[in-house]
Write a protein that binds this ligand. Sequence first.
Ligand SMILES: [Zn+2]
Length: 205
Amino acid sequence: MECPICGSDDIEILNSKQKESKKKFMEEYLLKCLDCDHVFKDVFSAKKPKMYRLIISEQNRSHKTSIELSPSDELKVGDILLSDIGQVEVSSIEVNDTRVKKSIVEDIDTIWATSVEIPARIGFSVDLHGEVDSYKLDLERDFKIAPGDIVKIENHIVKVHVIKTNDRKLTSGFAKAGVIKRVYSKPVKFNNFDYDLTSNIFKKT
Ligand SMILES: [Zn+2]
C-alpha cells in the first residue's frame, strides 16, 4: 500500500475494522502516511470460501467429494490439498468442460486429484508351529482386518487370531490398517479366503 498523496510506502496503521458480508470478508484500515502525515482509509477484501467438486482417484477406485477453497486463490496441477480422506495432489482442473493446468478457483467446475496418503505398513505373522513367516505389508489406511478373517498370503491360507494395534490387542471386532502394528495368524485347511494380501507384500523377513 502507498500514500495517495505523496506515493510513500512508509505507512502506519492507526486502526482496523473487520466486516463480513454474505460473499466477502473485508478489512477496513485507517492509515497514516509517515512522510506527509496524510490520513486515509483503505479496504481489503477477499471472497469467502466456497465448496468445489473434488474427484479423488485412489488405486482402482474414485471418491467423489467436495472441498472448501477461497475463490480468489489460484490452483494448479501438482498442488497438495487436504481433503476429507487425507492429502491429495491435484492432477487436473476442469473449467468449462476443458482440462487446464491452472486456474483461479472461482472458475473451476471440478478438481481431479490423486491420493498421496502414505499407505499403512503393518506386520503380518504366520505361525507355522514354531517357525514364523513374517511379512511387511503396505495397505490402504482404511483397509479393515478382523480376527477370524481368512486370508491368502503367498501359498498360505491363514486365519487371523490376534491384531495388535497401537494401544491394544484385539481378538474380536476389527481394526483399520492405519492403526495396526501386527496381525497374528495361523494356517487353516481351507481353500476359500476372504481376501488375498500377496500383492501387498513389501518385504518378507
Ligand atoms: Zn504521503
